[in-house]
Structures are given as C-alpha cells and as structure tokens.
Ligand binder design. Structure first.
Ligand SMILES: Cc1ncc(COP(=O)(O)O)c(C=O)c1O
Length: 438
C-alpha cells in the first residue's frame, strides 16, 4: 500500500474479502475515458467498464452536465401519483429503442430491483388474468439476478444462496448451458446445446404448467463466466414458454446497452421475451438506476377495474429519479451520436482474436467470447479454488490493468469506446500475468 492510499476500518464492503481488503486496499480516486486513476496519480486501464456498466467510458461531460444541471433544477420528485418531464421522456426513449411490442417501462434503482420488479409483475400478471395459482418462478443454474430475495431465489450461484436460508418458495432451476468438453474455445455461440432448453419440459411435467408464472434467464450469463447461449437455445425456451403460457424474462442488466450489440440483446438473438430488465449501462454507471420493460399484453392485463385503482402496488421512493433519468437520456444521446450500440459488432473480430490468442497460455482451459465480453477460464490450483483467479487479477492490477476474476475465470467487459491498441494491451497484460504464475 502506498502512503497516500486512504483506508477505513468502518466501511463494510459488498462482495469483498473485507479483512484482506483492509490490509491492502484498492482505491481509485478518479476516472476518465478508459482509465481509472489511483490516489498517487497512476493510471489503470479499465477492462471491465467499472462493473460491466460504464459502457460509454468514464467521465463523459454530457452526462456530468445533465446530472449537475438536473440536481440544481429538480433535485427530487416522487413518481407516486405524479411525475416530471425527464422520467416521461426517458420512458418514451427507452421504448423507442426497445424491440417492437414493448410498450412500458417501470423504473427502479438497480439491477436487483429491476429483477424483483419483473418477478412481481409476472406474478401479478397471472393473478390479474384469473390465473393466480401460477406462482412458480424458474431460474437457471449459474445465473446471477442480483441480491434481493426474489432475484437471489431465482439465481443459481450456490455460495450466494446458502447463507440466507430458504429464500422464496416455489422456485425451480433449469440446468446451466456450459459443458467444457463440448464447447471449449468456441467463438461466439456454441453449436451444441440447444436441447438443454428441453429441461423446461421436464420442469413443466414435474410441477404442471398451471403452477408456473415465469422463466428468467440472462441471455448470456455474465458474472458466472460469460456463458454464451448455444445456438437455438433461447428460441427453444421461447417456444416452450409459449406452449404453456409461461412468461419469459430476459435479464439484460449486463447484456443490454450495446454490450452484445443493439440496445437490447433480445434483438441480437432474435428472441422476444415478455419482460426485459436493465440497469448498469442504462445510465453509464454514473447514477444508480434500473428499468423493467414489458410488452403490451403484460401491461394490458393490469389495466382493469376502476380507473382510480392502483394497478400495481409496487414502486420505490427513487423510482424515476430526475437525476438518474437525466443521466440515462444523456447516455442514450451519446450512444446514438457515436453509434455505440454498433461498436461491439465493429470490434467483434479483433476482440475475439485477441481473446483466443490466450489459447495455450499457462493454466488456460477455455476462452469464450460474445460482443464485447470475454472469459478466460483457468485450471484451479489444487485444493484452492478461486486463488489462481484472484492472483491473476492482482498481477494484472500490478501491471495497471483492471481485469475481474470470478472464481478461476478471468472476465473482460471494457467500455465500448475501447480502442484497438487498448484491446491488445488488456490481453497481452493478461498473458504476461499468466506467465508470471507458478
Ligand atoms: C444479470 C444481472 N442481473 C442483476 C444484477 C444486479 O444488479 P445490481 O448490482 O445493480 O443490483 C446484476 C449485477 O451484476 C446482473 O449481472
């Protein structure tokens, strides 16, 4: 730790080994474009867009101006029984960018809240249609849907779930879609594995369709290791959901806003879910915000009874916060002006080649990529799962590159504004770090 690095005994950090952190804190005190700055002024190349969110690069002046102007003009306005121009405009703009058929946006403050909102809308939808026995929610192994009790219940990461007891009842999980023997070193979507969606038929047979409200999946599972959907898998899920009247939710908190291509990856995969959740890139990470988008038929199911009735008893004090909406509008404007949502497509080949150049590097057992996402999977150290991944993350940081580790998988998801020479630097640094490992 350099003498200038600040520290705190009081701060309990999320998803962090706190005692280890306090011994050796990692602190960034500034950020611009593709770089973080340490308190001593040194630069770190951001290979993960903050936490999969700063898609347009750090410190965008347009977003900064929108935030500061709005904080001065309208610091807060409730969204309960009232609104303000920025929320109204941002909702319209998000729907304009959405796949055809999506008609409504519900605002929240995080990906976790966007997911819990989606799950509640799914349950409420069936109840509103007189199908209130449809209470079962189906998630998938190796998925991450945030940390609310709803999202955690449908998530598929054992270590996140175990400490917290029973979670929601009436939840089941599809198998995950990763099989290294069949898929290792695939570029983009694997050809093998569409049939894994048929597990939903088995779940339907077990519980009966009449008890199932919704299936939620990340189109590409992000934080558990960039698990790319096999070709035809998402289509098959859609077909089975249609067959049994089950709603399909795509959690696009990572996959949206240009990460794979297009504002929503549903368009890229050409599969239309009933509900989409978004967050992270929605405001370029500059201000917390979540959004849940629904298709017309979902919304219409709620629009019954007297006009004075509240149709969905749900919402947050900060739903549609003016500052967040201003940041979101400025983010969309940047994306339009700079064709940011096409950037992953433009860089795809270079990104893919750079990622796969690590095939054969020490400890590497698989490389996966899609859009501007990549995962480099390492063989774990004997009896010490996760340690090699963390050591490589540290070694990259020592070489001034921020690359995330999830267990023994190295994850990369840079700002979409990354330049070709920075792609080279990220992967050559990772290669160098791997060569330095025992
Ligand atoms: C797919 C997905 N859903 C939900 C979340 C939760 O978002 P948040 O951390 O903003 O609550 C995340 C966060 O990484 C995510 O990747």
């Amino acid at each position: 730790m350099s003498p200038q690095t600040p520290n705190s005994e009081a701060y309990w950090l999320p998803f962090t080994a706190n005692r280890r952190f306090k011994r050796n804190p990692v602190v960034f005190s500034g950020a611009q474009d593709m770089y973080y700055f340490r308190p001593d002024g040194s630069e770190v190349l951001d290979g993960i867009a903050g936490l999969w969110c700063v898609n347009a690069g750090h410190g965008r002046p347009e977003i900064v101006r929108a935030i500061s102007r709005t904080a001065a003009d309208l610091d807060y306005a409730s969204s309960f029984q009232m609104s303000h121009p920025l929320a109204l405009r941002f909702a319209d703009e998000l729907i304009r960018a959405a796949p055809a058929g999506f008609s409504q946006v519900f605002f929240s403050n995080s990906g976790s809240e966007a997911v819990d909102t989606a799950l509640k809308i799914a349950l409420g939808y069936h109840r509103a249609r007189g199908d209130g026995q449809r209470v079962r929610l189906i998630g998938r192994e190796r998925s991450y849907h945030g940390v609310g009790f709803g999202g955690l219940s449908v998530s598929g990461i054992a270590g996140h779930r175990k400490p917290f007891g029973n979670l929601l009842p009436f939840v089941d999980h599809l198998p995950h879609t990763y099989d290294r023997e069949k898929m290792a070193y695939t570029r983009g979507q694997p050809e093998w594995g569409a049939h894994l969606a048929d597990a939903l038929e088995r779940i339907v047979a077990l519980h009966d369709a009449s008890t199932i409200a919704a299936v939620i999946v990340e189109p590409v599972a992000g934080s558990t290791g960039v698990l790319v959907p096999p070709r035809g898998y998402l289509q098959r899920l859609r077909e089975i959901c249609d067959k049994y009247g089950i709603l399909l939710i795509f959690d696009e908190v990572i996959c949206g806003f240009g990460r794979i291509g297009g504002a929503y990856s549903a368009s890229h995969f050409d599969v239309m879910p009933d509900i989409i959740t978004s967050a992270k890139g929605l405001t370029n990470g500059a201000i917390p915000m979540g959004a849940t988008l629904v298709r017309e038929h979902v919304y219409e199911a709620f629009m019954q009874g007297p006009e004075s009735a509240i149709e969905l008893s749900h919402g947050y004090t900060y739903s549609g916060h003016p500052v967040a909406c201003a940041a979101g509008l400025a983010t969309l404007e940047i994306a339009r002006r700079e064709n940011l949502f096409e950037r992953a497509g433009e860089l795809w080949k270079e990104w893919e080649d750079a990622a796969h150049s690590l095939k054969g590097a020490p400890h590497v057992v698989d490389v996966r990529n899609i859009g501007l996402l990549a995962a480099i999977e390492l063989a774990p150290e004997e009896g010490k799962p996760g340690q090699r991944g963390y050591a490589v993350h540290q070694a990259c940081l020592e070489r001034d590159c921020l690359i995330r580790s999830a267990g023994d998988t190295m994850l990369l998801s840079p700002p979409l504004t990354i330049e070709r020479h920075q792609i080279d630097r990220l992967f050559s640094t990772l290669h160098d770090a791997l060569r330095s490992m025992p």
